[in-house]
Write a protein that binds this ligand. Sequence first.
Ligand SMILES: [Zn+2]
Ligand SMILES: [Zn+2]
Length: 340
Amino acid sequence: MKKLLFQIFALLLCGVCMAVLLAACSDEPAPESGEPPAHTHAFGDWTVTTPATCTAAGVKTRSCSCGETETEEIAATGTHTYGTDNKCITCSAAWFFTEGLSYEAVGEGYAVSLGQATATEIVLPYYYNGKPVTQVAASGFASSAITDVLLTSRVTTIASDAFANTGLKTLVIPESVTSIAAGAFAGCGALEHITVITGNETYHVAGDCLIETDTGTLLLGTKNSVIPMDGSVSAIADRAFAGCVGLESISIPAAVTAIGKGAFSGCTNLAAVVFGATGGSWYVNTVAAPSGGIQVPTANAVTNAGNLTGTLVTRYWYFASAGDPGSGGTDDAKDDLFKN
Ligand SMILES: [Zn+2]
Ligand SMILES: [Zn+2]
């Protein structure tokens, strides 16, 4: 009962409020007659009072003959565009890059390598000697102490073993990169995350796997990789997971028909491998020598190996299609294992 009374009271109170508000509106004084016509501002052209930079907003101003002024913000462009002197062509801001790197002329630009640099976090220049730094040289930073690298939007090519056996933790592939050699990042066991900048038409990342989009080749994985099961990966490149000590399990989709040399070499904690295909033809590039196999630790679980039955040999797996048992190889006992 008390509750009902309160609700009625609240409704009445609302009604009073509304009435007061309406009364206030109608009480506004009517405009007096005979007032001079209002002045309409006539503003002149905008003039830039503070130019925008690449990173900071600017200001523009315009004024009326009555003295009234208006200002408006000019948006920052948001990005620097670096010229051949590694300075922004718009705002002259300098690009600070690692000193001591070495450069070798290649094509219309330069290939870069560690040289005398002692930094562990490497920042590449956009240009050297007035020409773009377009490549990371083969083995350019291999087995060095570097932990991070910033590749510029001039880089198109990352050559074989460019960053092999380094402590890179993350990797960002710019939009400009069109060629990454297999094994360019082999042995980067600390790698946790790979990113490809949106707009790169050659590579993409899915499930933390670096994939060459057109060929469906998985070039590089990390300990966090999960190979996409949607058919977008059909091959695993040489040394794609080499030295990936944090990788504990992997599922290889049925769509994968080729696995390159040493794809899982040095994956010392890889304890479970699940094959999506149970009867397909699996093969590697060569079956004649141990280096042609996929090196894995002994005694690890292999599920759904299908016609790979018995292919766990010493520390290598050898995959061969039914018609290609690797006959003529150096080890007949191993050859037998390829037969269905
Ligand atoms: Zn005015
Ligand atoms: Zn700038």
